[in-house]
Design a protein around this ligand. Structure first.
Ligand code: NAD
Ligand code: ZN
Length: 243
């Protein structure tokens, strides 16, 4: 095992209140592309005429729900994706009483599928949906089955409980995540470009001992971390935790 991976393993052994903060890169090894992947910016512009950030905005959703759902169903829903070694390792660490929380920017629900219980989904989840008119809730299967824009039995439009661009984060989730970061002794950040705010700004609340970054590409926080691994997160956590 690489020296840097051993260092991480030692710090995890020492830790009592570890927190994980992650993003799209945590799920690429499960076959869900991040924004640089095949659903990336250029692909989306050539196919839909706009950038993903625009399609995934609140105003676009209201203006053109048909195009929103065409993109969303094609590029945001991966019902058959399975948790990878990173998700499984984090679930194991929680079970062992070492990890107190997973804070994620992902909306795919894979941490829960892996068995994690305490998950702060900063950007919501595709698993939950509700009617804009009456509030009735719908599972993911309902969205997938619907042709075009999913409608409620009351006739209202159904939307996913995900945070769109131009929308604020859920305060309960946000404050819960901040409280976890403030208590943490080891913060593991992985699979995120740390470019999406306010999520990335949450890292400032960590005041614990060690900050470790695991990300394929460089991030704006590399200089502030105690340890930086430019490796695949599933491979690292799979080996270090032993799942
Ligand atoms: P991002 O796409 O901006 O960055 C992903 C980062 O992960 C990149 O820096 C890349 O180098 C790294 N990466 C990719 N595969 C990796 C691997 N196997 N191991 C280690 N690092 C890897 O993602 P972001 O920072 O999460 O921000 C994008 C936004 O889009 C977020 O809001 C996110 O919720 C959303 N998004 C979610 C999903 C999902 O739910 N799975 C997928 C795409 C985008
Ligand atoms: Zn309704």
């Amino acid at each position: 095992m690489k020296e840097s991976w051993k260092q991480l393993q030692d710090w995890i052994k020492e830790a009592k209140q570890m927190v994980f903060f992650g993003g799209a890169g945590v799920s690429t090894e499960s076959g869900i592309p991040d924004f640089r992947g095949e659903a990336g910016i250029y692909q989306t512009i050539s196919e839909f005429g706009v950038r993903p950030e625009e399609i995934l905005s609140h105003s676009f959703f209201l203006r053109d729900p048909e195009t929103f759902y065409a993109y969303y169903k094609k590029y945001m829903l991966f019902p058959d994706a399975k948790p990878n070694a990173a998700h499984l390792a984090l679930a194991r660490l929680e079970q062992e009483g070492k990890l107190t929380a997973v804070i994620t920017q992902n909306i795919d629900g894979l941490h829960q599928k892996a068995g994690s219980q305490r998950v702060y989904e900063l950007h919501g989840s595709v698993r939950k949906n509700h009617c804009l008119r009456c509030g009735k809730q719908y599972p993911l299967a309902y969205i997938q089955k619907a042709e075009g824009v999913p409608r409620c039995s009351c006739g209202g439009m159904v939307r996913p409980d995900i945070v769109l661009y131009e929308e604020g984060l859920d305060e309960k989730v946000l404050y819960g995540a901040v409280a976890q970061l403030q208590k943490a002794d080891l913060l593991l950040v992985g699979g995120t470009s740390l470019n999406v705010y306010p999520a990335a700004g949450l890292l400032q609340y960590f005041g614990g001992k060690h900050l470790v970054l695991i990300n394929r590409d460089e991030t704006p926080m590399d200089g502030q971390a105690d340890l930086v691994l430019h490796d695949k997160i599933g491979e690292v956590l799979g080996a270090v935790v032993g799942v």
